[in-house]
Every structure is written in C-alpha cells, then in structure tokens.
Design a protein around this ligand. Structure first.
Ligand code: GLV
Ligand code: MN
Ligand code: MN
Length: 423
C-alpha cells in the first residue's frame, strides 16, 4: 500500500473491462427474449454452470491468483498481501443463476472482485492483507435447496456431507454427484480453516427502490428472513366425469385454496411481509383425472423474525385445515429457513461514507433477496453495496443495470476493500 492514503483514494476500476467480462460470462447459457432482453440460464452444477466456472477460474489464473476449490465447489482466489499472517479481505458472490436469470445477479459481485484485483495489480500496489475473490456454489437454491448453500457450508452452518446429499428439485440428481461430474469437488476442506477479516459484496438491488428514488448506491443494512416450505398434498385420482364432488379427495382443490390463502395472509400482515408460490407439480396432470398429488413451494420473507413466524403459523394452519376438509394427506418439508440478518455497523458506515466520498447519493436499506453475504456475516464483519435495477426487475431475463451504475458500485467496492486491506 502506498504510504499516502490519497494515492489509493484516487484509484478507479476500468468500467469497460468489467462490462466486457459481464458480457462474456453472460454469453454462457445466453437466453434471448422477444424484445431484445438478454439473460442467462446457468442452474447450479449443470454443464453450463461448469462452463461459467471454467471461464471465471481462467480469469483468476490470468490475474496470477492462487485458486482453491473446496469440497462443496466454492472457489476462492487469493492475491497475496505483504503480511502473510494477516487475515484476508474477501469479496464475492455467485455465478449460478435461476432459469430465468439476468446477467448481473451474483455475476457482478464476482467480476467486480476480479476487476478490483486487476486494478490494484496494474497500479503496482501491495495491500497489507491478502484480497480474496470468491464464488459460492448454488446461491440460488433453485435447483438444490436451500439457497446460499455453498456459503452456508463455508461458514459451518451445514455439514458438507449433508449438503452433498441434497436432491435436485427438477431432475432428482444428487448434488455431490453433479459436483463431481462437472469437476468441481475440490480438495480444500470446508468449513474454511480461517475466516476473512471482512467481507463485502456488490450486488444489484433486484427491486425498484433505488431507481424509484433516483439513488445510485444502496447501503445494505441486513437481509430479511427467509422461509421456504415444500408442500405435498396427496388425495386420490378419480374419474372427472363420474365422481360426485362431495366424494372427491382432490389434491389440486386443496393446493388452490392454500395458494389463495397465502396471498390473503400476506395481505393482512401487510408490508414488509411477502409470499410467493413459485413452483407447482401436479400428478397425473391430465384433463379428465382428479389430481392425486400436488407438490408446491411456499416462499415467505419478512425483515422481522416475529412477523415471519406469525406468517408461517397462519399458513401452516391453513395447510392442515384445508387438507382435512378434503380428506387429503398433507406433508410440509422445510427447504430453507434463515432468520433476518443485521450487518456490521462499522462495515455499513464504511460503505456509506465511501460512496458519499465518491460523490454518490446513498440510501440505507435491507435486502429483500438472499445473499452469500448473510452467511459470511456469521463469521466476519460484512456489508453489501447495491446498485439500481432497471424497472426493479431480477430473476427475469430483462434484468439490467447500466454501465455507469456498475462502475460506480465497483469503485465503492474497490475503496472499501482497500480500506479494510490496510487495516
Ligand atoms: C436467492 O438468492 C433468493 O433470494 O431467492
Ligand atoms: Mn444473487
Ligand atoms: Mn438470484
């Protein structure tokens, strides 16, 4: 690190280079919409996820970083610091996507990390602490629940053996088998042997608030609680023409009542309660057969644990009552349950003061989406930097954040990292 802090205070990333990497990674699993939308579909541990990983790992290698792949497939690349005994400053995120993914969700945090390392190296700086850039396995949880799975294992919140045994929601594959198949079951043990000095993650907001208020940088204070439940309703298949209504055990009728009730409950509880039924599978799924089985998911989120528990209690009671009314069986399986997380006050202040020093408007806000940062917050001081999402869209191939906002966020991240790496 130069003796004079003003030297590194003036350092800025190369926004074009970062943008080019975003474009190149986005081409892997590219999805195009009818109105020019450009997204990516790289579900965790698929062949396309492997291609994305290989590209990012090759960039890490080009930057001369030391690359470690752990037993759950998290990849952590390290740029050495001058003090070999000092704990590193870590930045990162994820590069897996949902099926309708955009090109920024997760990818931005990882590629901004690489851009930071390249900028620092190009200027011949040596930081006291090492800098690490990580991408964590299966942040989305869309294929293998829970979400943030790799970072949860990294911090010791889930045993690696248990994580490797998770079965995919869509194709029934076992996580550990898929990880081995794509060549990312690495030799580094998890949980990690030591934790970072600090963790910072740049991410798109994925909601409408920053754009709506004309603010460039969201200073993230924490992440709301998440509750994912898989509901299985089992009734009896029967002939749609001959079976009187009062004699049916119709799994779909139960599911429909529950789904409607989920919406009503989130309405009574009011903001910030949100509730989503995003997945539903019907058996036998035929026009003239009363459904014998419906499996669907319920995603409930709230910034307050007490209110999230209240929502869960009401929804779960409705599940049992409606199944009982129809003479159906019902089982509820927890797929993910994370309490709300508050980030470290000093890290929050640092993100805010850094963004303001760089001349940006800021707003303190909780995150509505789950992030790897909420897991790292269990083991080290953590915060996040948000940049605006056009039209508030994410998990949609129309997801977009303009190059100026991307560059602004990356510069805030750069300065936060340099500050912590000198600590
Ligand atoms: C995962 O990132 C989620 O918020 O669903
Ligand atoms: Mn994300
Ligand atoms: Mn996401």
């Amino acid at each position: 690190m130069p003796a004079d802090a003003h030297d590194w205070h003036d350092l800025r990333v190369d926004g074009d280079r970062l943008w080019q990497r975003l474009e190149a990674l986005g081409e892997i699993g590219a999805v195009h919409g009818p109105n020019g939308e450009r997204g990516s579909a790289r579900l965790a541990l698929t062949d396309l996820d492997r291609e994305g990983r290989d590209l990012v790992v090759s960039w890490m290698g080009d930057l001369g970083m030391d690359i470690a792949i752990d037993a759950i497939g998290n990849v952590v690349a390290t740029r050495a610091g001058s003090d070999p005994a000092a704990a590193p400053v870590m930045v990162g995120s994820h590069i897996d996507t949902v099926r309708t993914g955009g090109r920024f969700d997760g990818n931005l945090g990882v590629l901004a990390g690489l851009e930071i390392v390249e900028t620092i190296s190009q200027h011949g700086l040596t930081t006291r602490r090492p800098i690490q850039v990580a991408f964590f396995t299966d942040e989305e949880g869309a294929r293998f629940a829970p979400d943030m799975l790799g970072s949860l294992v990294y911090v010791g919140g889930l045993a690696v053996e248990e994580a490797l045994d998770v079965i995919a929601a869509d194709d029934g594959a076992r996580l550990g088998d898929e990880l081995t198949r794509i060549g990312y079951a690495g030799p580094t043990p998890v949980p990690a042997a030591g934790y970072p000095h600090a963790y910072a993650e740049l991410h798109i907001e994925q909601g409408p608030i920053l754009e709506d208020e004309g603010v460039t940088i969201g200073v993230v204070t924490g992440v709301q609680g998440i509750s994912w439940t898989e509901v299985t309703v089992t009734g009896q298949s029967a002939h749609a023409g001959t079976t009187p209504m009062q004699l049916r055990h119709d799994a779909m009728a139960v599911a429909a009542r529950i789904i409607h009730e989920v919406r009503l409950i989130s309405g009574y509880l009011g903001s910030p309660q949100v509730a989503t039924v995003g997945m539903l599978a019907v058996t036998p799924n035929l026009v003239n057969v009363v459904p014998s089985k419906v499996v669907f998911t319920i995603d409930l989120r709230n910034t307050e644990e007490r209110r999230l528990k209240d929502a869960e209690a009401q929804v779960f009671a409705a599940c049992h009552a409606f199944a009982g009314d129809e003479g159906c069986e019902i089982t509820l399986r927890t797929l993910a349950r994370f309490e709300p997380v508050e980030f470290d006050n000093d890290m929050i202040d640092l993100v805010e003061s850094t963004a303001q020093r760089l001349g940006h408007t800021t707003k303190r806000m909780p995150s509505g989406a789950g992030h790897d940062a909420q897991m790292l917050a269990r083991v080290c001081p953590t915060s996040m930097v948000f940049v605006p999402s056009v039209d508030g869209l994410s998990h949609n191939i129309a997801e977009y954040t303009g190059p100026d906002d991307v560059t602004a966020g990356a510069n805030v991240l750069l300065q936060v990292v340099l500050d912590r790496a000198a600590d």
